[in-house]
Design a protein around this ligand. Structure first.
Ligand code: 1GP
Length: 258
């Protein structure tokens, strides 16, 4: 824990700057300041603990709050974002499984295209449906090449998108897909093992991709320890996403006891 705290300087991105989420990610990358997103799924929020959850986020090294899930059933996304905004200054970025999860209350959106799959719905159809809604919003739109990596068992993204992940040992295909995503004009590449994945994205894959693209690299899925976060940073991740580990243990980032 201590090593983790001392090794990385986290940039606190204040609310006044939230219209520039992407430029601040670029700035952090240029300075080698690592970024950390806490992912909240509106369907998994325990509302009786929401104030405590926000307090834990404020005390954590998180630089962003991501909101979303592969399959969000409730309509509580707006309510959740408004509640967080009352007491938390971090930028709130949508990480949607489909267009129904768009909320104008957020600051930005990862406009995802699932490049590892060959299901046209997740490559372009959902994006076409979302475009008119996004055009009417003030959300900062951050196009993101989303690449699912095989992680030991079927994940929600795989099940819902009806696509196969790229095999974790097929590193050349992960690289070519990442580079194609960059050439298509995406602003970010997101290497995803899947929420609650048994195995996180392999470090050699993170290393290879980060060395061979210019745009910032997000890594998430199956990272369950501070050491795991640190390893992903060392391998070249610019931003790490933590969902399940924080959801299961709100003390995951607690540095108070050090
Ligand atoms: C899932 O990458 C995110 O889309 C986070 O995954 O829930 O396993 O942390 P975890």
């Amino acid at each position: 824990m201590l090593t983790f705290k001392k090794t990385y300087t986290f940039t606190l991105i204040m609310k006044s700057k939230v219209q520039h989420i992407y430029s601040q990610i670029l700035e952090a990358k240029a300075k080698n300041h690592k970024l950390l997103a806490v992912l909240l799924d509106p369907d998994k929020i325990i509302w009786s603990k929401i104030d405590y959850l926000i307090d834990r986020i404020n005390r954590s090294p998180a630089t962003h709050v991501f909101i979303g899930g592969s399959h969000v059933e409730s309509n509580s996304t707006d309510e959740l974002i408004l509640k967080i905004k009352q007491n938390c200054l971090l930028p709130i970025v949508l990480f949607p499984g489909n267009p129904s999860q768009i909320s104008k209350e957020a600051d930005g959106i990862l406009f995802l295209s699932l490049l590892s799959g060959r299901n046209a719905d997740y490559l372009i159809e959902h994006q076409v449906k979302a475009a008119p809604v996004l055009k009417q919003s003030q959300l900062e739109i951050i196009s993101t090449g989303y690449i699912l990596i095989e992680s030991g068992s079927e994940t929600a993204v795989e099940r819902i998108s009806k696509t196969k992940p790229i095999h974790r040992e097929n590193i050349n295909l992960v690289l070519a897909t990442s580079q194609a995503g960059e050439m298509l004009g995406n602003k970010l590449i997101y290497l995803e093992a899947g929420s609650g994945a048994k195995q996180a994205v392999p470090l050699n894959v993170i290393e290879l991709v980060s060395r061979n693209i210019e745009i910032p690299l997000i890594v998430g899925g199956g990272i369950v320890s501070l050491q795991g976060i640190e390893n992903a940073y060392k391998a070249g991740a610019d931003l790490v996403v933590i969902g399940t580990a924080f959801e299961n243990n709100l003390e995951f980032f607690n540095f108070d006891k050090i």
